[in-house]
Design a protein around this ligand. Sequence first.
Ligand code: NDP
Length: 434
Amino acid sequence: AKRDPGQPEFLQAVREVFESLWPYINKHPRYAEQGLLDRLIEPERIIIFRVSWVDDRGQVHVNRGYRVQHNMAIGPYKGGVRFHPSVNLSVLKFLAFEQTFKNALTTLPMGGGKGGSDFDPKGKSPGEIMRFCQAFVSELFRHIGSDTDVPAGDIGVGGREVGYMAGMMKKLSNRADCVFTGKGLSFGGSLMRPEATGYGTVYFAEEMLKTRGRSFEGLRVSVSGSGNVAQHAVEKAMALGAKVVSVSDSSGTVIDEDGFTPEKLFILKDVKNKRYARVSDYATETHTRFEPNMRPWHIPVDVALPCATQNELDRDDAERLIKNGVSCVAEGANMPSTIDAVKAFEAAGVLYAPGKASNAGGVATSGLEMSQNAMRLSWQWDEVDQRLLQIMTGIHAACIEYGKRPDGIVSYVDGANIAGFVKVADAMLAQGVV
Ligand code: NDP
């Protein structure tokens, strides 16, 4: 904490992981050797750079760009790029730290990293978006590469932005190897990458429900967010027979007691992905209820899937969900629940999965995109879907193996933290103090 004043998100993420790890490390003291824990917390490299770009009126803007290369012990740095005004070093360090454990859980050879900028894509023209992406990569390109660091999308960065960044990378490096994932299908993208995080979150929740003899069929589900992860969580939950009653964005929440339908989801995708508009516009078009500035956690549901952003579900929200009978919470976003909220869920016996386990399907499919590009071939939809399902089931099994407490109750928090840690720590110990 002394070294990182003013980095609350990073300290929150480290604290959450180490609360799980202490009892395990006490039983396995070799993990406290070689300065391993200090080395694990400190990013291997942080790059901070100026991004200058020109808007449509000829005015020059300066933003700050970042890449946090956290840990390379098991493979090239891997993690998304976020464009949002709230981006700062604390947020990206927390995300890169979490990413290291998440990537280890997928069992694919990927280290952990994260990057982004405080650039706000809202209200920018397509030309401005392209010029910003190109300006961002004009510095980032010298720090990334298919065997060094492979970025992808995140908040504010979808297929369009990844395309512009990958295009600029190709121009500057004169190479066509895989330096970005989440690419378009026409130039090396993997089928199912856009769907993978949301689908994977629902696959993971389905595994959790199975441990109590249940499935999504007939359950009420609330989803927060309305971007990439949220849309595909809605899609898969619906396909498995659930009634999805909410989505949200930074303007407020839509509540739909009739439940989502494929037709409504089509409209939501059009509003958010093509028109870059608000969920309030979606509510007007579909005659559903819109609650300005609200989050969806006051609605009674069986399953809650937070898919927007960090710290969007606090202790009061958790207590309300518990009182209303929630039985499963699986995070599509990264660290959407505060530490107090997580404690409340676990104390109440709610099946609760932290993002690093339940949302790992996105990066796992990015790992599959890297493999397909390296082999110069592309797998069919069903093959990617099968592998995704297998990876999510594997992560669920690892959480049970490492998270089962002496009383038989499973903590998915402990399970994910310990299983991810063991993989990274063993690799670091084997490679010496570097
Ligand atoms: P998108 O940009 O597609 O969507 C983000 C959604 O969250 C939007 O609905 C946005 O609302 C809302 N949101 C963002 N910031 C805030 C905020 N400060 N307050 C309220 N709402 C907010 O991003 P993704 O769907 O890709 O990412 C969502 C979450 O999932 C993030 O935590 C991300 O790190 C995580 N994640 C994403 C993966 C991926 O593959 N994309 C992989 C693993 C995790 P608005 O439109 O109003 O801004």
